[in-house]
Design a protein around this ligand. Sequence first.
Ligand SMILES: [Zn+2]
Length: 223
Amino acid sequence: MFNYILRLVGDRVLAEDLTQEVFLRVFQGLPKFSLRCRFTTWLFQVAKNRVLDELRANERRPRSFLALDDLPPLEVLDAPLEQSETIDAVWRAVNELTVDLKMALLLRDVTGLSYTEIADSLRAFVDKGRLERAARIPDSDVEISDEGEEVRARVKDYKVIVDFARKTILHDCEDWSSRLVKREFCKHVGKVFLRMESGRAVERLDRIRGERKLWRFEVPSDS
Ligand SMILES: [Zn+2]
């Protein structure tokens, strides 16, 4: 967490202060923390908000931008020279981004904020309650085989088949039968997308959303 904040603010003392504040906030917020999201996601969300406040306050002051020279040395100290030069160049580029872009990039870097990203796209298909229930299904209850155009999964005792070639989703839980008409997902189908690699899941969800009227949400004929 400290390294994450240090990278963002580029000032050791400030980073120490902010890290302490973040942990204090997290500690105070724990009673309110439900299983809405993964703990790390939430932790970095708290950090992000605090650092953003700080960076924005800084931007309003005259000595506004983060100086590149103040950035800490890169983690990979014993990396080969060209590698560390590449990383250096990446950091230089990152440093030129706006605060928001920087946050987005680093959050993805640090937490692989996949849950949030997919969840945002999933909201077009599931209500909040079902999304929360989907997130609570243990990963170990999901088996997934992803062949590109066809994703076959088993979530607990249910099967889910997402067929992109035929634009069909087959699934067999009770809740699903109430979702079909509106082309919405139950928690099991939501969970299948949460288990995919985030970029892929988001791209596929956007694709289904774009062609929503063409998609058929069905119950397999053999059940
Ligand atoms: Zn279901």
